[in-house]
Ligand binder design. Structure first.
Ligand SMILES: CC(C)(COP(=O)(O)OP(=O)(O)OC[C@H]1O[C@@H](n2cnc3c(N)ncnc32)[C@H](O)[C@@H]1OP(=O)(O)O)[C@@H](O)C(=O)NCCC(=O)NCCS
Length: 376
């Protein structure tokens, strides 16, 4: 009998220098730098450069990189498509379709060289925030806000979303959230990108596969689900009762548990104080306090099974206090993760082998064909 690896747990598909997760000891590194170090000292553009090019940029390299991103933020080529997308569409369906469509307009569309693939990835990185903000506004009947080349990546996104320049702190918080979501080793969506490019397809197809894979609630959709869960609890005093009932019904606490982390997710540790800061600043502490009380009760119930809060537990509270609609949270994840997906796609291509696993056949063989009129 063949060994069947359903879920591919603990299967290595390549050697990698992009990301290391020590799930037992709450550690996450991008290219050797801990996530805490990057969240405190770096910014999203620099982290994207680090992931894609392998090392932190010099001042000149970062200036060139930033200027490429800023110049490529416009989405005129797909504005007519944006207006055709039903306002009721799920924002993940919207971004999957529009990123895919951009591929046909890319000046490097027919060039699959490494340099062209990097340029394509950077164009997607530059345009994704404009796509997300534009759809968020168009569906409410508001006009799109043109990108501002003088703002950084995170600040420009918040500006395009609300039409107002964010405060320095709001922009910094958005920037940290983008850093935290930029990369996470060979998860389902990075694997989807690698499978796609292993056929020598192209960067747009790879990233589109990643977006489609990220959409599911077991992957990118959990912060939205966690926020909705806090709203259902009915206030901080109902938290213990809610956790007991959830456990009784054998349902999951959203934002808890992880395939790799068997300890606290280090990204959660960065996110929780920001969620508290914003909740207090906005005077919206009830939901945050509910989340804290649910967390305490859920840790008591689940720690023995090594289930702890993950990045998605508090990130929804942060995003909603930045004025972002709940159903576009996963778009934000995709906007940032394009950097990690691109890094994996390029690394896989550098030493490509077609990904072609097997399915263990358990059906019957040598059946006789029966014409349709004789089938009962
Ligand atoms: C992330 C996740 C999909 C990882 O799942 P996985 O490695 O496939 O593990 P499983 O879903 O098989 O869970 C293993 C056991 O832990 C339990 N469990 C896992 N996550 C749980 C949670 N959030 N709440 C309660 N129980 C949980 C499962 O019910 C299962 O119990 P059982 O063995 O008695 O059946 C899972 O923990 C989950 O669904 N979490 C909630 C969604 C979420 O926060 N996703 C974001 C990940 S960053």
């Amino acid at each position: 009998m063949a060994v069947i690896n359903k879920g591919l747990d603990n299967i290595y598909v390549k050697e990698s220098k992009i990301c290391f997760i020590d799930g037992e000891n709450s550690k996450l590194y991008y290219r050797g730098y801990s996530i805490e170090e990057l969240a405190e000292n770096s910014n999203f553009e620099e982290v994207a450069y680090l992931l894609i090019h392998g090392q932190l940029p010099t001042k000149d390299q970062l200036d060139t990189f930033n200027s490429f991103l800023a110049k490529n933020r416009g989405i005129d080529e797909i504005m007519s498509l944006m207006r055709l997308i039903p306002k009721t569409s799920h924002p993940m369906d919207m971004i999957r379709t529009t990123i895919s469509a951009l591929g046909m307009h890319d000046p490097d569309a027919s060039d699959n060289s490494r340099d062209a693939s990097v340029r394509k990835a950077l164009r997607m990185l530059a345009k994704a925030p404009t796509i997300v903000a534009t759809f968020a506004r168009l569906r409410k009947g508001q006009d799109a806000v043109k990108p501002d080349q003088d703002l950084g990546h995170a600040a420009n996104f918040l500006y395009m979303l609300s039409g107002k320049k964010p405060t320095e702190r709001e922009a910094k918080i958005m920037d940290i959230m983008l850093i935290l979501h930029a990369e996470h080793e060979m998860n389902a969506s990075s694997f989807a990108c690698s499978v796609t490019v292993s056929t020598l397809s192209d960067m747009y197809s790879a990233i589109t596969s990643g977006i489609g894979t990220l959409k599911g609630p077991l992957h990118g959709g959990a912060n939205e689900a966690a926020l909705k869960m806090f709203m259902r609890v009915g206030g901080p005093n109902k938290a213990e009762e809610f956790v007991t009932e959830t456990m009784k019904k054998k349902e999951k606490i959203m934002g808890f548990g992880h395939r790799i982390y068997k300890s606290l997710d280090p990204r959660y540790k960065v996110t929780k104080p920001i969620a508290e800061e914003l909740a207090k600043q906005r005077g919206k502490t009830a939901l945050y306090e509910t989340a804290v009380r649910v967390e305490d009760a859920a840790i008591k119930a689940l720690a023995a099974a090594k289930l702890f809060p993950n990045v998605d537990y508090y990130s929804g509270i942060v995003f909603s206090n930045l004025g972002i609609d709940t159903d576009i949270f996963t778009n934000l994840f995709a906007m940032s993760r394009i950097s990690g997906w691109a890094a994996h796609t390029l690394e896989y291509l550098d030493d490509n082998r077609l990904i072609r696993p097997k399915a263990y056949y358990t059906g019957t063989l040598d059946l006789k064909y029966v014409p349709i009129e004789r089938r009962g």
